[in-house]
Write a protein that binds this ligand. Structure first.
Ligand code: HEC
Ligand code: HEC
Ligand code: HEC
Ligand code: HEC
Ligand code: HEC
Ligand code: HEC
Ligand code: HEC
Ligand code: HEC
Length: 480
């Protein structure tokens, strides 16, 4: 399964640039690549033009340098006298870009294909889908919802058919954590669109927006709503997006893009392809956790990088444009929102769902309340946290905390109470006991300081203060 090392004869290589020390460019286009072009220039004019405008073309990196394969490679096939493969995986790019590949391999991005078995997966495979898509690679069938949905962002497990053909359920696919036949994980062209592989394109927020959008992680929408996004779109022609050197505060200053904050160079940090190295929370689970905890679970090297270090890395980006107080205070605001969501809704919600378990069908998503709780943390719960992380008040509030609260009080609690009533009426001793326990838990949660307003039990001093404020407001605006 090993691919052949690119043969670089001493003397015909040039060092591409000092900043990219490990990159070697052949001195001239190889004989093999010239042959590919004889046919493919006419066959695929768009592909040829994209490649022709790339740094690879200028660096004499041709078709063969990327598509060459070893006879033993699982996806190799004979083609016009050459042994090639269609897939060009991180392992192939690593021949010339080992630093980027290593960083990427240590990141969550490269592991995004390992979602099989997650709760969401039941959704695509069973709840939304069926096994109706039958291919040679999937004789038992596979869900078209997973193939066209989850897998296009997270990555498929590419299956090779006889003759080097690729199973249609698994290719085309540029999911960021694609499981490749050569054992490597991920796909570089999830961000580096072929065949121009331009950094300018990768630095653009739309690149990340293919995946980072929608109800459960609307980072693209959040960015567009934020002051940063507003400034980016109004001053995009001042961003010097295609500069070779792209240091924030030196080569551009109008606005940060996703890449600026999560990947790109600052005066003190090089580019990183591990997008986890600047974030201090992982806001994907129901309760936010620290990134070193989630990295440890995935066996990533980041398990040894505490969140404080990552936060300092991010602050270094912010400080290219802002002052210390501005940045420190921002993190106070952000942390407080995470704490609010975790303590007021997520932790009690998890407890309540645990108590509800014996009273509902054990089949996931066969109960109305399963959807209610799932959306509470997985959709609005994330939106509130992501909105606060990246300065989009509408996502924090109206698409976030407001919807969490509405669904907690007007759906989750009433649905839990229905389970209590059904349990008490069941006549089954175990169910009656479970119903009593759940009822007591609901009362306990609702009687905490965070929730007792709902029972009309607000602290009298606070109630009086709120009443006075409301009266003042009415007086100011002459309302009755
Ligand atoms: C003599 C002409 C010719 C030469 C030389 C040639 N190709 Fe092709 N190539 C083709 C044709 C025609 C097809 C389309 C085959 C088909 O449609 O099944 C093709 C298909 C391919 C595919 C597969 C596309 C797919 O999705 O199935 C790749 C990748 C490819 N060529 C790369 C190369 C590379 C790399 C070289 C040089 C090492 C090369 N070709 C040399 C004519 C050529
Ligand atoms: C820098 C590496 C690189 C170079 C150079 C390169 N390719 Fe590719 N090519 C890729 C990647 C990456 C893909 C996407 C395959 C995948 O999903 O892994 C691809 C896909 C393809 C495909 C299938 C895609 C389709 O749309 O049907 C063809 C055909 C192809 N390349 C031909 C060529 C030809 C011809 C050249 C030379 C003009 C070339 N490539 C140069 C990396 C490269
Ligand atoms: C044979 C060596 C080789 C291979 C294989 C290779 N590259 Fe490159 N790459 C280069 C060279 C040389 C440059 C140009 C460096 C320069 O001009 O500064 C480059 C530049 C780049 C750039 C920067 C482009 C820009 O606009 O500045 C990106 C991104 C890139 N490669 C991605 C990839 C990806 C992704 C793959 C695998 C699909 C890949 N490369 C495979 C040699 C290679
Ligand atoms: C539009 C692209 C897209 C689709 C479609 C998609 N996801 Fe995701 N998924 C993402 C992104 C982006 C994240 C990371 C969000 C974040 O960091 O805030 C993610 C996160 C996840 C996580 C959390 C991973 C972790 O580290 O905690 C799981 C599990 C998951 N997705 C499963 C699925 C499943 C299963 C499906 C199909 C039912 C699916 N996703 C569909 C883009 C997508
Ligand atoms: C999440 C999106 C993303 C993925 C996935 C990705 N890159 Fe990049 N890459 C970028 C961005 C953004 C830049 C530009 C950084 C800058 O210069 O500001 C970049 C820059 C580069 C460069 C130019 C050198 C540099 O440090 O600026 C190379 C080479 C490169 N990437 C190779 C790869 C390879 C190889 C892979 C696959 C292992 C890969 N990239 C995967 C986003 C990505
Ligand atoms: C092809 C889909 C895709 C693209 C494009 C993409 N991402 Fe992601 N991203 C994901 C998925 C899926 C995850 C969750 C991975 C997991 O934990 O399983 C993720 C996770 C992340 C994380 C959390 C990392 C961590 O360690 O917890 C950050 C930050 C991130 N992406 C930033 C970016 C940026 C910035 C870009 C663009 C330069 C980008 N992503 C492009 C799919 C994508
Ligand atoms: C001004 C800098 C900045 C910009 C621009 C930015 N982010 Fe972020 N991003 C952050 C900060 C700060 C956090 C929270 C970090 C922490 O938890 O300490 C974050 C968190 C994230 C996360 C982690 C979410 C999770 O589930 O924990 C993802 C994914 C992400 N950003 C993607 C993006 C994408 C995609 C874009 C562009 C559309 C983008 N970011 C633009 C600063 C930025
Ligand atoms: C490239 C420069 C640049 C970088 C880097 C940058 N910002 Fe900003 N930021 C701006 C600009 C410009 C504004 C708009 C200022 C205004 O409203 O007049 C802004 C506004 C803000 C705001 C105010 C939002 C609002 O709605 O009023 C906050 C908070 C903020 N930035 C925090 C951060 C944090 C935290 C980071 C690092 C994670 C960061 N910024 C990185 C340029 C930057």
């Amino acid at each position: 399964m090993r691919r052949k090392q690119l043969l670089l004869v001493a003397g015909v290589c040039t060092l591409a640039s000092s900043a990219m020390g490990q990159i070697f460019a052949p001195a001239e286009m190889s004989r093999q690549s010239s042959e590919c072009l004889e046919c493919h220039q006419k066959l695929n004019p768009s592909l040829y033009q994209q490649w022709g405008s790339s740094k690879h073309y200028r660096g004499n990196v041709g078709c063969y340098e990327c598509h060459q394969a070893d006879r033993d490679d699982a996806d190799a096939f004979k083609h016009e006298g050459f042994t090639i493969s269609i897939l060009v995986t991180p392992k192939d790019c690593a021949r010339c870009h080992s630093k980027e590949v290593e960083e990427f391999a240590g990141s969550h991005h490269s592991k995004a294909g390992r979602i099989l078995g997650s709760l969401d997966n039941v959704l695509a495979e069973v709840v939304e889908g069926n096994s109706g898509l039958v291919t040679q690679g999937f004789p038992e069938g596979v869900s078209a919802a997973a193939v066209n949905g989850c897998w296009q962002c997270h990555g498929s497990e590419v299956k090779v058919l006889p003759g080097g053909k690729l199973d249609p359920a698994t290719y085309p696919n540029s999911g960021i954590g694609r499981l490749n036949p050569d054992g490597s994980e991920g796909s570089c062209n999830a961000c580096h669109t072929r065949h121009d592989f331009s950094v300018a394109q990768a630095r653009h927020p739309d690149t990340c927006g293919k995946c980072h959008l929608g109800p459960d992680h609307p980072q693209k929408e959040i960015y567009e709503e934020s002051k940063h996004g507003i400034n980016f779109f109004s001053k995009v022609d001042e961003m010097n997006m295609d500069n070779e050197k792209w240091i924030v505060g030196e080569d551009y200053w109008a606005a940060p893009t996703c890449a600026t904050c999560h990947m790109s160079e600052t005066k003190n940090q090089p580019v990183t392809h591990d997008i986890g190295m600047r974030i201090s929370w992982n806001n994907r689970p129901a309760v936010s956790i620290r990134p070193e905890v989630s990295d440890a679970k995935m066996g990533l090297p980041g398990a040894n990088v505490p969140w404080q270090v990552r936060r300092d890395n991010m602050k270094d980006v912010c400080l290219s444009c802002h002052q210390t107080q501005w940045v420190d205070n921002f993190y106070v605001q952000y942390d407080a929102l995470i704490e609010l969501y975790n303590e007021k809704f997520a932790k009690p919600g998890i407890e309540l769902m645990k108590y509800a378990k014996p009273l509902k069908s054990s089949v996931p998503f066969a109960n109305k309340i399963d959807f209610t709780w799932f959306e509470l943390w997985h959709h609005e719960g994330r939106r509130a946290r992501h909105g606060a992380a990246m300065m989009a008040p509408d996502y924090t509030h109206w698409h976030g905390t407001y919807e969490i609260a509405r669904n907690f009080y007007s759906k989750l609690i009433p649905e839990l109470r229905e389970l209590v009533e059904d349990g008490l009426r069941s006549g089954d001793k175990d169910l009656v006991d479970a119903a009593k326990a759940l009822d007591a838990k609901i009362e306990e949660v609702l009687n905490t300081d965070d929730h007792k307003w709902y029972l009309g039990k607000m602290d009298p001093a606070e109630a009086a203060k709120r009443k006075k404020a409301a009266q003042d407001f009415k007086n100011r605006y002459n309302e009755d």
